[in-house]
Ligand binder design. Structure first.
Ligand code: C2E
Ligand code: MG
Ligand code: MG
Ligand code: MG
Length: 292
């Protein structure tokens, strides 16, 4: 009896695996089509300068509205895009869309601060990465100082030939370079010092219990201190509660990004939020003044 159960189990898993492989293949072909089909949309999540409560910047986050499946989360399609060699096209598309909107905001005197865009590892293997960023910025008339590229820690630790020089060129242009999901990879102090970065984004994992867990608090405090020594801006991601925000403020963290202030949202919702945020309970209304 047990044996036949086991066999059924095996068959079940086998067909399940087969099914998910097919699903992935289907999703891959769907993704190839998504750009041309206008199924992709850039959402934006505000980043708040903790000390002043001013808007520091916005992070561009890609969304995929699948015609049958509805909203597919980036955690599902970004890894897929990385595997099937589509990620550079996607990242470039996000960069272009973000720059296009940024220049439109500028023309309407809307000051969103910095615009932050995620860049997967694959981009750094392409020739003239820095030059392509520069030409996109020029095309849309965006000041390089207003762009931040978020690069995951693992990329910075990989020995991609010429990565340090490419990053150096970008810094020379004025582009900000941020280490995303800091602390989840193999952070090494020597890399932090060696690479021309100027921002650290603390992963949400460190923020979850920062107000209640003394170990997390000490760890976050130490990372913030290192950031201060290296003169990097420290951004905390996934800030959901006032208690977390207060703790981060006390520890000297510079910028907070999370559901506490705002969720990622479509462009029009961001503009509405921008115009209404004086009413936001978490910002000090006396201090609202766009200049950080
Ligand atoms: P990330 O760059 O670390 O972005 C932060 C993620 O945390 C976003 O997830 C955001 O929605 C989420 N988040 C922000 N605040 C909170 C909060 O208070 N609570 C919780 N639970 N989550 C919060 P999202 O948008 O699902 O994106 C996931 C990841 O996908 C991103 O992580 C990034 O690594 C990747 N990604 C998104 N868009 C792009 C893109 O255009 N290019 C590339 N290469 N990767 C992207
Ligand atoms: Mg990011
Ligand atoms: Mg992050
Ligand atoms: Mg993250």
């Amino acid at each position: 009896h047990a044996k036949s159960n086991g066999l059924n189990m095996f068959r079940f898993f086998q067909s399940d695996m087969h099914h998910s492989k097919l699903q992935r293949l289907k999703l891959e072909t769907d993704l190839q089509r998504a750009i041309g089909n206008q199924e992709l949309e850039v959402y934006f999540q505000p980043q708040i300068h903790i000390e002043s409560g001013h808007l520091y910047g916005v992070e561009a986050l890609l969304r995929w509205h699948h015609p049958n499946l509805g909203m597919v989360p980036p955690s599902k399609f970004i890894p897929l895009a990385e595997e099937c060699g589509m990620i550079c096209r996607l990242d470039l598309w996000v960069l272009e869309s973000a720059c296009r909107m940024y220049s439109k905001w500028q023309s309407q005197h809307i000051d969103m601060g910095k615009i932050s865009v995620n860049m997967s590892a694959a981009n750094f293997y392409s020739f003239k990465f820095a030059e392509s960023i520069e030409s996109t910025l020029k095309k849309f008339g965006v000041n390089p100082k207003m762009l931040t590229l978020e690069i995951t820690e693992s990329v910075l630790l990989t020995d991609i030939p010429g990565i340090s020089q490419e990053l150096g060129k970008l810094r020379e242009l004025g582009v900000n370079l941020s280490v995303d999901d800091f602390g989840t990879g193999y952070s090494s102090l020597s890399y932090l010092k060696k690479l021309p970065i100027n921002e650290i984004k603390l992963d949400k994992n460190f923020i979850n219990d920062v107000d209640s867990n003394s170990e997390d608090q000490a760890l976050v405090g130490s990372i913030i201190n290192i950031g201060q020594i290296l003169k990097h801006t420290v951004v905390a991601e996934g800030v959901e509660t006032k208690e977390q925000l207060q703790t981060l403020k006390a520890l000297g963290c510079n910028v907070a990004q999370g559901y506490l202030h705002a969720r990622p949202m479509p462009e029009q919702a961001l503009i509405d939020w921008y115009h209404q945020d004086t009413a936001h309970p978490l910002r000090d209304p006396d201090q609202i003044n766009r200049k950080v």
